[in-house]
Design a binder for this molecule. Structure first.
Ligand code: NDP
Length: 259
């Protein structure tokens, strides 16, 4: 078996019907992994399945809102019915905050919506997945991967989008806690921190000439990231080669953070 042959593995990707999630889903499927993409929008789910195509691992899509625990439990049962197991959980679904505004004006509703999607959503999905992985490990099958999509904002703090940054910083702490707690079950936890990536979430920004002129010179790679740039890390983390690599945060930003 080749190092990156994932044909005996199955991964869930929340928010897998577009952007970064789809980039990861496509790469996993190309390398033989069974993939269940979860999103709220049925049409986007169907389009994503088309984009991934056939020829790699089996791929399915499920409608699931990560703010709804019952929906998550339902989707998880469905994924188990399709594949019989879940080895990896990429908690990637997230919202961006819809434009920056002062903390002084931050409403309870905006704050709660951000928490329940970006932070509580990961808690719910990981808890359901981790219970399954631990149960399997107790029967001798010690393999699990918990991978939230955090953000460069978790380090920078991001003025006027502080509620978003806080959720992502929470995910960095979560992988450190889970990586330690679950290591004895062969379960690793690592967060992915994207920089400036082209997706539906950021299309407003990338259409803005002033933003592009300001930010581009600060990216050593001299380009914005693409969803496909996240395929490599997804495949590595799902493979057996990453078994000793846990509690880490992977910055994928073309060098922006340290430039
Ligand atoms: P997209 O808007 O393209 O993707 C967001 C995904 O999340 C969609 O698939 C959407 O699916 C899903 N989603 C949103 N809310 C929910 C919900 N309540 N339940 C289930 N699914 C949901 O943006 P990106 O690909 O850019 O974002 C992916 C992740 O990357 C996010 O967590 C984001 O915070 C993070 N990130 C992105 C950066 C960037 O520059 N693009 C930078 C740093 C981090 P649907 O519409 O069907 O619900």
């Amino acid at each position: 078996m080749k190092d990156f042959d994932l044909s005996n593995r199955v991964a869930i990707i929340t928010g897998g019907n577009g952007g970064i999630g789809l980039g990861m889903a496509a790469a996993l499927a190309r390398n033989g992994c069974g993939v269940s993409i979860w999103g709220r929008n049925t049409k986007k789910n169907d389009d994503a399945l088309q984009k991934i195509g056939t020829g790699g691992g089996k791929v399915e899509a499920r409608v699931c809102d990560v703010t709804d625990r019952a929906a998550i439990e339902d989707a998880f049962r469905g994924t188990l019915q399709t594949f019989g197991r879940v080895d990896g959980c990429f908690a990637n679904a997230g919202i961006g905050g819809g434009g920056r505004r002062s903390f002084i004006d931050r409403t309870e509703e905006e704050w709660r919506q951000m928490m329940t999607t970006n932070l509580d959503g990961v808690y719910r999905v990981f808890q359901v997945a981790a219970r399954h992985m631990v149960e399997r490990a107790e029967k001798g099958d010690k393999f699990g991967r918990l991978v939230p999509t955090s953000s460069l904002a978790s380090i920078s703090g991001t003025a006027r989008n502080e509620h978003y940054a806080i959720t992502k910083a929470g995910l960095n702490a979560l992988v450190r806690a889970l990586g330690v707690e679950l290591a004895r079950y062969g379960i690793t936890a690592n967060a992915i921190l994207p920089g400036w990536i082209k997706s539906e979430m950021t299309e407003g920004l990338f259409g803005n000439d002033k933003f592009v002129t300001n930010v581009m010179p600060r990216i050593p790679m001299r380009r914005f990231g693409e969803p496909e740039d996240f395929g490599g890390i997804a495949v590595y983390l799902m493979s057996g080669l990453s078994s000793y690599h846990t509690t880490d945060t992977f910055l994928i930003d073309g060098g922006y953070a340290v430039f």
